[in-house]
Write a protein that binds this ligand. Structure first.
Ligand SMILES: [Zn+2]
Length: 190
């Protein structure tokens, strides 16, 4: 990935969080990528999803255990759009340990079930994982999208979604609570 692409991606997310500002990120990234050959995000300390998992960046957390964390996507394709991420940084799905990868999909399926019961509009669900820039991966900490869909929705995720819309924190918190409340009885997501 080019340095420019990394900058755009990180600034895109940084501008949406009150905790990490653009000014905080920019000098750190410039220091890091003085040499293009160093532009390897594996284990990157400025990874926004690592910041969320560690609690340094704000997010509406829906679920977490020792292997994965689930939170609301701040640029939702539809209300209720969730991301399931491994707690340990891994750029691509092939870098995620197999047991954790399995856990991502097991939890993703449970989130899909919770979405259908949540009261949010959800007639269908996309489980979507983009692996690599060419596949549309935008944050290089592997993540599984769980996206509510309904009739009349565009059939394609990438071409017609408006990612410029930023959901309000209050909105995301209400949706996160609705989904959390839709988990099965105790033990379902454990
Ligand atoms: Zn990370």
């Amino acid at each position: 990935m080019s340095r420019g692409a990394v900058m755009i991606e990180c600034l895109y997310y940084a501008k949406t969080t009150p905790i990490i500002t653009v000014d905080d990120w920019k000098p750190r990234l410039e220091d890091r990528f003085q040499d293009e050959s160093e532009a390897n995000l594996s284990g990157a300390p400025e990874c926004i999803f690592c910041e969320i998992v560690s609690g340094k960046a704000e997010a509406s957390i829906v679920f977490r255990d020792e292997q994965v964390t689930v939170f609301m996507d701040i640029h939702p394709v539809n209300p209720g759009h969730l991301l399931v991420v491994p707690n340990e940084h891994a750029s691509g799905i092939d870098d995620v340990p197999e047991a954790v990868c399995a856990r991502m999909f097991i939890v993703g399926r449970q989130m899909a079930r919770a979405l259908r019961r949540s009261g949010l509009r959800c007639e269908g669900v996309n489980l979507y994982l983009a692996d690599g820039a060419a596949a549309g991966q935008d944050v290089f900490h592997s993540h599984l999208h769980v996206i509510p869909r309904f009739r009349g929705n565009p059939g394609s995720l990438g071409l017609q979604a408006d990612f410029s819309v930023v959901a309000s924190r209050d909105e995301l918190e209400v949706q996160a609570e609705a989904i959390r409340n839709s988990f099965d009885a105790a033990g379902d997501v454990v």
